[in-house]
Write a protein that binds this ligand. Structure first.
Ligand SMILES: [Zn+2]
Length: 278
């Protein structure tokens, strides 16, 4: 190659580079790495606005799901944390509860268990273990029988008090959080007031796992139900998820690790409900 040809190539090459810089400056972009970041962000936004949150499967992690998860973090409520409270009703059970406790321990997460007196009497050591591992305990009535506990306010109160005695005998504590079986009175202001006068706090939920719907859902279906609701921004400041650890709820135990992974990827912090004691 002759000297003149080389100079010509060099001039053409420099002209190209200069043109590129001018174009970048016009776009407000000042460097190559920044261009890369810019295009990646735009790609994420396009992916997100194309409805990725509705179609994407965040259950197993692949490259594209990571983009969805990052986008969730970027649209957190300003200044606020996204908190999630896992709550388990109807236990303890000799099979399901220990599996759930081990999963929670492996993630270092605390949860809340609304326990039933008749089940506590069968498995007192499991309730003791739950409390000793640092989880919150709530009262879910002594026998969970709708006809008896909902025949009147005093019947409900009596079943709650009987359960409180049972919990106290085993853990030495008297938790004042109550969840009404079937959620029968959770929307009733007069029931809440009545229980409050007796020192109890009725605890509601805003996310349904549907794990007690019959026939029972599979673990995959439970994960999907929770995933769909976890995308609702109005629930983000505090999601209280209702699940069940009573007999037969193996699907819940199987779904739990993926539920935790999914919500952690979405930026949720896990907490136990504050346990008020008498
Ligand atoms: Zn229940």
């Amino acid at each position: 190659m002759g000297k003149k040809t080389m100079i010509m190539f060099l001039i053409i090459f420099l002209a190209f580079v200069n043109q590129g810089c001018v174009a970048a400056k016009q776009l407000g972009v000042t460097g190559f790495p920044y261009i890369l970041r810019e295009s990646k962000t735009s790609m994420n936004q396009a992916f997100y606005s194309a409805g990725a949150e509705n179609n994407g499967d965040t259950v197993k992690s692949t490259g594209s799901e990571m983009i969805v998860n990052l986008e969730h973090k970027s649209v957190e409520p300003a200044g606020g944390q996204k908190k999630v409270y896992l709550t388990f009703d109807d236990g303890p059970d000799s099979v399901v509860t220990p599996l759930i406790l081990d999963t929670l321990d492996s993630y270092g997460i605390k949860a809340t268990f609304f326990v039933v007196g008749t089940e506590i009497e069968k498995y007192p050591e499991i309730l003791r273990d739950t409390a000793e591992r640092g989880h919150s305990i709530g009262n879910h009535t002594f026998n969970h029988r709708y006809q008896g506990i909902y025949s009147g306010k005093n019947s409900l109160l009596e079943s709650i008090r009987q359960n409180e005695e049972t919990i106290f005998r085993i853990t030495g504590k008297r938790p004042q959080m109550v969840r009404d079986p079937g959620g029968a009175v959770r929307k009733s202001e007069s029931a809440k007031k009545f229980l409050a006068e007796k020192g109890y706090r009725l605890v509601d939920w805003n996310v349904e796992s549907y794990d007690s719907r019959k026939p029972y859902l599979t673990a995959t279906e439970i994960i999907e139900k929770i995933r769909q609701q976890s995308l609702q921004e109005d629930l983000w400041p505090e999601m209280i998820i209702i699940m069940h650890d009573g007999k037969g709820h193996m699907a819940t135990a199987r779904a739990l690790p993926t539920v935790i992974d999914m919500l952690q990827n979405q930026g949720f912090q896990f907490e136990a409900l504050k346990q008020t004691l008498k």
